[in-house]
Each structure stands twice: as C-alpha cells, then as structure tokens.
Design a protein around this ligand. Structure first.
Ligand code: ADP
Length: 544
C-alpha cells in the first residue's frame, strides 16, 4: 500500500463542541425547567460550562476511562455532561430513569459508575438504588428547585469557581465516549460503548440532506430522551451543524410539546410513535391552536410508524413525517425512509409504502438479511429473514463481552428484527423476533396488522400479540385503545382490515384497554400484553 498523505486528525466530540462555540456562539440551547419556565444559554455558554464541569470533575478525581453516569431529563446540564465527560477522556453513561430502581442499580454496578449527575426531582429514584452501587464516589445534584441534601454535591456550586477554558487532551478517536444500555427485554441489559469516532461519523452522516437533513438554520427538539439510544445522535448533530436545540425537560405531554414547538419555532422534532400518536390526536382536536408553520419535519423511530399516522399529519395538518430505524447497538440510526429518485414517480400508495417502510441504509451502514441457517437472502421485497448490519457505528461487542451470539461468524450484528429487503434496498420490518406470531407454522406480521387497525377511524392505538392456541400454537390477539368518544364493533374492525390480508391473519380476539402498556422508552410493551391476555384462547374449541 502506498500511504495517502493526509493528516491523521482524530474524529472527536471535542472538535464538534469547540467549533460550535467558535462559529455559532450565539445560537441558543433552550431548556424547559421543571417549573415550566425556559432557561436559555448559547453554544458558547455550553462550551464554557463544559470546561467548568470538566475542571470540577477532575478536582473530584474523575480520571481517564472513568464512568460518569447521568440520571436526568433532557436539558442544558445534561448536554454539558454529554460533552465535558468524554472530552476529558472519561465516559458518560446515561441511565434510563424509567427503569425499575433494581434494574438501574444493576446497570450502574455493571458499568462501575464512579459518579452520578442527577436531577433533583429524581433523587427519590436515586435513593432507591445508589447504596447498592459501591463504585459511586460522588453524587452531584442538578437542582433548580431546592437545596442539595447533605453528603451530595451541588452542580452549580461545583462549577462556580472553575475556569471557562480547559486544556482538553488530544484523544484517540477510538476512545470510548458514551455508554448506553440496551433495554434488556431479553436477558440482562447490555452495555453498548460508543466511541468518539462512532458518534462523530454517525452525527455527520445522519445530518445529510437525504437523511435527517439538519442545517445551521434548524431548531431541533429531541423529545427522545437523552438516555434513550444516545438521544438518536441529536446532541451531536446539533453541535456539528451549529443549530438551536430545544429541550423539553420532564414535561412530555402533547400540549406542552406543542406549546414548545410553536413558541420556539422548532423546525425538526424527534420521538417514538406513541408521542406522535398523542400529538396527532391533540392537533385533530384543536387544529388551529398552534402555529407550526416552521415545523418542517418530525423524525419518528424506535418502533414502526403507522402509515395512517404519517398520512394523518400530512393530509390534515400539512406536516411531514420522516420514518427512521435504529437500535441502541447502532449509535442508533441505520436506515431512513426518504423517497429515492428512482421511486419518485411511483403511485401515491407505493410512495406511502416506501415512506412507511424502515427505509434504506445510510452511507457506511450495510444491511443484509439471513435465514435460520445464516444464509444470505435475496433483496426481493418478499423473503423474510433476520436483519443483520455492520458499519463504523455498529457495536462490535458488548461491555464485558456478554451476548457474543449476537454477532455472526463473519462479524455482522444480528438485530433480532425480522424483515424483507426490496430491490431498491428499502427494509421493511415485519416483527421483532420476540414478537413474531407463528400460527400453524406460518408467520403473521403483528406490525402489518397494527398498522391496518390503526387506520380505522375509531382506533387510537393497536398492538397485536400472540395468544397461545390449542390447535395453531399461536393466534393473533389485538389490543385496542379507542379514540376519545369513538367505538366500533369487533366485526367492523375485522371487516376494515380483511381486504388486506389472508383470512388466517385475522385476529382471533380483541381486548379493549385504556392504554397499551409502554416500555421504558415509550414503545408498546407486547410482552406484558402476552402475560396478561396470552392464555385467553387456550380454552377455545379447536377450530378446523
Ligand atoms: P428497546 O429494546 O428499548 O426498544 P432500542 O431502542 O435499541 O431498545 O430498540 C431497537 C429496536 O426497536 C429495533 O431492533 C426494532 O425492533 C425497533 N425499532 C426501531 N426503529 C423502528 C422502526 N422505525 N420501525 C419498527 N421497529 C423499530
């Protein structure tokens, strides 16, 4: 090999924040506080406060490679930790505040967190697990609304005396920067360790015009929590392009979010479908209440976005939804559902089918799908198999080398998602492997049924899961949440979807619930539905 003659310049988060403060010093980071008021600072302030935080942490003994955890909502101080900790050579570990305290304790012990930065409002949660984590030397409280308890440190007091510059170390781009744990719906949660390089490459590529299309002129509202899958990269993408960030704090109800979007001129907002389903219902009820004229894109991912929702936003409110797929293990974004030129003149139905698909892969993110024997399957839009991926922001192993069976012999990461891939490269998820319904040996796609049910005018939410059946092993059951003051009969629901699917796909039963149970990241928790209702078909006569 003849070596190239270009500089070996590391891809680190330090460069992103340093550039943001130099070139976009006045661009704002707006955070809604627990009392509803808005806190404002700039990228310059964020840089300076990150320097102060790094000094304070160094003074407390935080060293290269130490894990500094956060237990916090989305706000400016969380952003400061997102940068200061990795930039000083330590690793920021975002704890999921929606998990059970025992589980958070397990995760903090597993990561051997040395310090925890915690929102004051989350102290009752912290107090339930912190004693079980012997590695924790300091608890630092981020408080706006009251005193810091004895034995804990106050964030603002720590920062106060420190300098607004820091002599950042020149880091190796492959150094660990961030740790996020998987949700652990199968087995214990696993630690995914992102590097500076993976975060930077993910941020740059995700911002491209055919991906999330972020620019300096945007104002981005990450509804997705900063503890969920690296905030989908938005904290890094925003610094890379130098745009405004708007953080919602703990108030995530549709009305509060819509107020924030209208009030702060948000142009891009991002969250899981359950957030958007709630927002769509609120907009339908009060179509004229909010001025969303600046909102140009809503990024939806983490679970399948129902086409009826995408269409509802577009047709009734002129709002554009961008569907994306990702995982904690993939930093997290892998595919986005933009329309490519070569499908641009497809029929309106086909265009919607592409838009509601999980999309095609980002540059440097490679996808394939395989059968049970690991054979690579054709991109024909019909053959189902497990999605596998590889690329510079895909995990190569978990912390502690657990779960080695998630990688194929030739080094691809096995996602656990069952998909088809079409000739144009669009991936369509039919199920997570653990949600697959197998009726008499045949697969039924719960996602496809849910999407169809959610297009019924009376249905707000639908989740389809497997009920155990004496003859067919498993049969689909649909859990339904009605829209406000709307009702239909089971026969009407079945009739609404019957035309789209084989007869054996029709749900054997419906259950009507107030709300579909949610995972810690706001997705439908189908395992809970299965635990509660999975036996309801067992007494049924064996149909022929
Ligand atoms: P959790 O286990 O908490 O859901 P992740 O956020 O890492 O943690 O979940 C990744 C999984 O979420 C994917 O494997 C996939 O099953 C699902 N997912 C993510 N995005 C989409 C999407 N756009 N459509 C359907 N499923 C999705």
């Amino acid at each position: 090999m003849t070596p190239g003659r270009m500089m070996d310049f590391p891809l680190t988060l330090t460069h992103l924040l340093d550039r943001a403060r130099r070139l976009f010093p006045r661009t704002e980071i707006v955070s809604r506080q627990p009392d509803g008021t808005l806190h404002r600072q700039t990228w310059k302030d964020t840089y300076e406060r990150s320097c102060k935080l790094a000094h304070a942490l160094a003074r407390l003994g935080v060293k290269d490679g130490d894990r500094v955890a956060t237990l916090a909502w989305n706000h400016n101080r969380h952003l400061e930790a997102y940068y200061a900790v990795p930039m000083m050579g330590a690793i920021v570990h975002t704890l999921n505040l929606r998990l059970h305290p025992t589980e958070i304790g397990y995760i903090a012990r597993h990561a051997e967190d040395a310090a925890i930065l915690v929102d004051r409002s989350l102290l009752p949660l912290l107090n339930q697990f912190v004693a079980s984590v012997p590695s924790v030397r300091q608890v630092i409280v981020m408080a706006d609304d009251g005193p810091t308890p004895e034995g804990m440190l106050d964030y603002e007091r720590l920062l106060e005396p420190e300098a607004i510059e820091y002599d950042w170390p020149r880091l190796d781009e492959n150094a660990a920067a961030t740790i996020c744990y998987t949700s652990g719906t199968t087995g214990n949660p696993k630690g995914v360790v992102y590097s500076h390089r993976s975060n930077v490459l993910h941020a740059l590529v995700s911002s491209l015009p055919d991906e999330a299309a972020l620019s300096n002129r945007d104002a981005v509202l990450p509804v997705v929590p900063m503890f969920h899958a690296n905030c989908w990269g938005f904290a890094h993408m925003a610094a890379a392009v130098g745009c405004k960030l708007v953080f919602p704090g703990p108030k995530l109800d549709p009305e509060s979010l819509l107020d924030l979007m209208a009030g702060e001129g948000v142009t891009i907002a991002a969250g899981v479908p359950t957030i958007w389903i709630g927002i769509l219902a609120q907009l339908d009820a009060h179509p004229k209440r909010w001025d969303l004229s600046r909102l140009r894109q809503m990024n939806v991912g983490g679970a399948a976005a129902p086409p009826s929702m995408i269409e509802g936003f577009e047709k009734r409110h002129g709002l554009f939804v961008l569907h994306a797929w990702g995982m904690t293990e993939t930093n997290p974004v892998g595919t986005m559902a933009r329309l490519k030129q070569d499908v641009a003149d497809a029929s309106p139905e086909e265009r919607m089918s592409y838009r509601a698909s999980q999309g095609y892969p980002l540059p440097f993110f490679e996808t394939r799908h395989t059968d049970d024997q690991g054979r690579v399957l054709p991109w024909d839009g019909a053959t189902m198999g497990e999605l596998e991926c590889r690329g510079p922001w895909v995990a190569a192993s978990y912390l502690g080398d657990e779960g080695k069976d998630r990688w194929s012999a030739d080094g691809w990461f096995k996602t656990g998602d069952v998909v088809t891939i079409d000739a144009a490269g669009y991936v369509r998820i039919t199920d997570r492997s653990k949600d697959v319904i197998k009726s008499g040996g045949e697969w039924i796609s719960s996602v496809a049924l849910e999407n169809a049910l959610m297009s019924h005018p009376c249905v707000l939410e639908a989740a389809v899961f497997a009920g155990r059946h004496p003859k067919w092993d498993e049969r689909p059951i649909a859990a339904i949440v009605w829209k406000k003051d709307k009702r239909a009969t089971e026969a009407e629901l079945t009739q609404h979807i019957a035309g789209d699917f084989a007869k054996f796909w029709m749900p054997d039963a419906y259950v009507f619930v107030e709300q579909i149970p949610r995972t810690s990241t706001g997705k439908f928790l189908k395992t809970r539905l299965r635990e509660t209702y999975g036996a309801m078909l067992e007494g049924r006569p064996k149909k022929t």
